[in-house]
Design a binder for this molecule. Structure first.
Ligand SMILES: NC(=O)c1ccc[n+]([C@@H]2O[C@H](COP(=O)([O-])OP(=O)(O)OC[C@H]3O[C@@H](n4cnc5c(N)ncnc54)[C@H](O)[C@@H]3O)[C@@H](O)[C@H]2O)c1
Length: 507
């Protein structure tokens, strides 16, 4: 935990008579980067990652980073790096003034020594970063940059105190100098680190890292098997998103649909998803073409004989899912994992008619599946540890956060969401405006309210799961007809509408 004595270390290094040069390789994040900024120069390998991601933990940089970073890279870039917890490579750091020279890892120590000698012999007096003002711009420029950053932070992080606090501390240094800024930084850090926000974010950080450690699965010497080819059944909203996520990670995908028209629609959705990723800059054209080449369409099960995993994503109907699981048990190889993307249905019911209970597992993605990071992995009491490990591995491979949960109606996420949605429907039933409910929840800190979320996911899913909840929760279930009324009046929700629009454009 940073305190004044630690900050004194970087001040001591910076104020020392002997030059200190930081040699950076790998990651220099948070306190690591702050320490290097206390040095007289920074030499790095080109691919090293530099950043101050403290705000994601509900605090601000506490070793002088809020003061030295703006003095080295300028206010706009420093604010972007801190408020958005953005990393940059050393190569960019060199262009921005954060890194003084780049070299290979073999030459790193030698080069850093040479820099220290040169500073000692020829570059006197050396101006410490904390005393620099040349990158801060004029006072009025700084004020305008800080003011628009405050507006932006209010929009994206209205309930998070660390964003405005970070800007206050940066401003203190701009107005009264780096040392005053460092004093304020230490004071604010100590307050924030004890805040409920920080405690919650630190908990979430460690919890996220624990998700891939599952007792009885990841600590029993099992090795993940290679999953080379995956079949996705259903090329609708979810199936096309799941297929996209797999293809982007270089996995061969067989996409099965019921007829050529729906198959073509699914393939085009995948192409559009990939193009979207290219537009967002997260995929190159080459990778998009490679991904498309790994996709094969199918209208029957003949390509299923060598698949390592099947992910079923057809509509939420118990008899349909049961008959599909009967079919795939027959056609897939015995090692093949049989996964379902069901949102709610008890997996024992899905696999009831098969003899493959040990390889039946839930792979519950969230919409849009190629973007949302959560992958809820549902295990029954019979699912084998190997199948769970393999799905965790696939999850990591496609850059999801895999969370293993137990089996019951709604699993963990939708079961938790059930009373939340029910509460909001109960309020509507006594006459409260849906928009007001959404507004109150958004201002509480949720990214959107329950009705906007339901609209985004589509009313088809809400209708399909209604009966499943009614059966599972009996009298605890509020029988609201709001969604039925929306559908009767031609409302489908946002994503399904986009989906339909897309279908019209392509057919
Ligand atoms: N929509 C969501 O937000 C969401 C989120 C998580 C999970 N889910 C779950 O994902 C599943 C699919 O939902 P969706 O929203 O993608 O539905 P969807 O209606 O958009 O797509 C379902 C697709 O399955 C196809 N299909 C039906 N029977 C088939 C068969 N025998 N073989 C091959 N394809 C077949 C249909 O033609 C359709 O294209 C459901 O179980 C749902 O509960 C949905």
């Amino acid at each position: 935990m940073p305190d004044v004595s630690v900050e004194l270390v970087s001040n001591l290094i910076e104020g020392g008579k002997k030059p200190s040069v930081a040699a950076i390789q790998g990651l220099a994040l948070g306190g690591g980067l702050e320490l290097t900024m206390g040095c007289h120069a920074r030499i790095s390998t080109p691919e090293a990652q530099l950043g101050l991601p403290e705000l994601t933990l509900g605090v601000i940089p506490g070793f002088g980073g809020t003061q030295r970073l703006p003095r080295l890279v300028g206010l706009p870039k420093a604010i972007e790096m801190m408020l958005q917890s953005k990393f940059i490579t050393s190569k960019e750091g060199k262009e921005r003034g954060l890194v003084d020279a780049l070299c290979s890892s073999d030459d790193l120590v030698k080069m850093s020594r040479l820099w220290a000698l040169e500073i000692a012999n020829y570059r006197k007096p050396w101006l410490p970063s904390l005393a620099r003002t040349d990158r801060l711009g004029s006072l009025s420029e700084a004020r305008s940059i800080l003011s628009s950053a405050r507006q932006q932070a209010k929009k994206v992080a209205g309930n998070l105190p660390q964003h405005q606090a970070c800007l206050d501390v940066v401003e203190e240094g701009v107005l009264f100098g780096g040392h005053a800024g460092v004093q304020k930084e230490a004071k604010i850090f100590k307050e924030l680190v004890l805040s409920p926000t920080s405690k919650a974010l630190v908990h979430a950080f460690f919890a996220q890292r624990l998700t891939t450690k599952v007792p009885g699965v990841t600590n029993v010497q099992l090795k993940p098997r290679k999953i080379r080819k995956i079949a996705v059944i259903g090329g609708g909203l979810m199936g096309s998103g799941i297929a996209t996520a797999l293809l982007v990670s270089n996995t061969s995908v067989v996409l099965k649909e019921v007829n050529p028209q729906f198959l073509q629609r699914g393939q085009k959705m995948i192409a559009a998803n990939l193009e979207g990723l290219v537009k967002r800059g997260s995929l190159t054209m080459d990778k998009m073409n490679k991904a498309m080449s790994l996709l094969k369409g199918a209208l029957d099960y003949s390509d299923f004989k060598d698949v390592d995993m099947v992910i079923e994503a057809v509509i939420e109907k118990v008899p349909l899912k049961q008959s599909i699981f009967l079919d795939i048990e027959k056609v897939c190889p015995p090692h093949c994992i049989l996964a379902t993307n069901t949102s709610t249905i008890d997996l024992n019911v899905v696999g009831e008619k098969t003899n493959s209970q040990d390889r039946i597992i839930g792979a519950h993605f969230f919409s849009p599946a190629h973007i949302m990071p959560l992958l809820e992995i549902v295990r029954t009491e019979k699912t084998s540890p190997q199948a769970i490990l393999d799905l965790i591995t696939v999850g990591k491979m496609i850059k999801k956060v895999p969370v293993v949960v137990g089996n019951c109606t709604g699993f963990a996420v939708n079961r938790t969401f059930f009373p939340y949605t029910q509460g909001s429907h109960l309020l509507v039933s006594i006459g409260i405006d849906v928009f007001r409910i959404d507004r109150v929840i958004s201002s509480f800190g949720m990214p959107m309210g329950p009705f906007q979320l339901q609209d985004l996911a589509g009313y088809g899913v809400a209708l399909a799961v209604k009966d499943i909840y009614a059966t599972a929760f009996g009298t605890r279930n509020l029988d609201s007809d709001l969604v039925d009324l929306m559908v009767e009046n031609g409302r489908q929700g946002t994503l399904p509408n986009l989906f339909l629009l897309f279908q019209c454009c392509w057919s």
